[in-house]
Design a binder for this molecule. Structure first.
Ligand code: HEC
Length: 161
């Protein structure tokens, strides 16, 4: 057999390549918690509040993939091991804040979320850095951050009117 005639180093390389390929195939079958996509959400923030158009668009571009039911999954998101990280971000992000359920929140919850939004936006904590590298449009300029923060104050002020 040809394989037997190869020197030890070459044999090792071939075994390594086959093993990593098999491993890659094998991990595709591990169970994953794929986030459900729902496009019609009557309680959605943008559908149910009077949010300025530019702020709505920015939040949709920068936050909705992880903080709404309308996640746009990129093609590579269904391939392990990438999907493990992406799905975890989305599931955790939705758990913390889901703009699709906005209007179902109590006033107190809305107040708390708006407070959190202005904190994470002014502190450059969101959108997540790793996400912005792959989605450059999600990065917020100084002006965009100010617009979002001002909107949170405005909505906060109107909650108890
Ligand atoms: C790539 C996914 C992703 C994107 C995009 C993203 N987030 Fe998050 N967000 C998360 C995850 C995951 C968490 C959970 C906390 C953590 O792991 O850091 C979170 C947490 C939060 C929290 C709660 C933080 C706290 O300390 O209570 C707020 C508020 C938030 N995000 C707002 C936003 C806003 C506003 C945007 C858009 C400007 C945004 N996020 C974009 C994934 C994301």
């Amino acid at each position: 057999m040809k394989f037997l005639k190869l020197n030890k180093k070459r044999k090792l390389i071939i075994v390594y390549i086959i093993a990593t390929k098999l491993l890659f195939v094998a991990i595709q079958f591990l169970p994953v918690n794929k986030p459900k996509i729902i496009v019609t959400n009557p309680n959605d923030l943008i559908a149910s509040t009077n949010i300025p158009k530019n702020v709505a668009l920015q939040i949709k571009t920068s936050c909705y993939d992880c903080h709404s039911n309308e996640t746009k999954l990129p093609w590579y998101s269904s391939i392990a091991p990438t999907n493990w990280f992406i799905y975890r971000h989305i599931n955790k992000g939705r758990e913390e804040l889901n703009f699709s359920n906005w209007n179902a929140l109590s006033k107190e919850e809305k107040e708390e979320k708006l407070d959190d939004i202005s904190t994470v936006v002014s502190g450059d904590e969101m959108p997540l850095k790793k996400y912005s590298i792959v989605h450059p449009k999600s990065k917020l300029s100084k002006k965009e951050k100010e617009d979002i923060i001002n909107w949170t104050y405005k909505l906060l002020g109107s909650l108890y009117k």
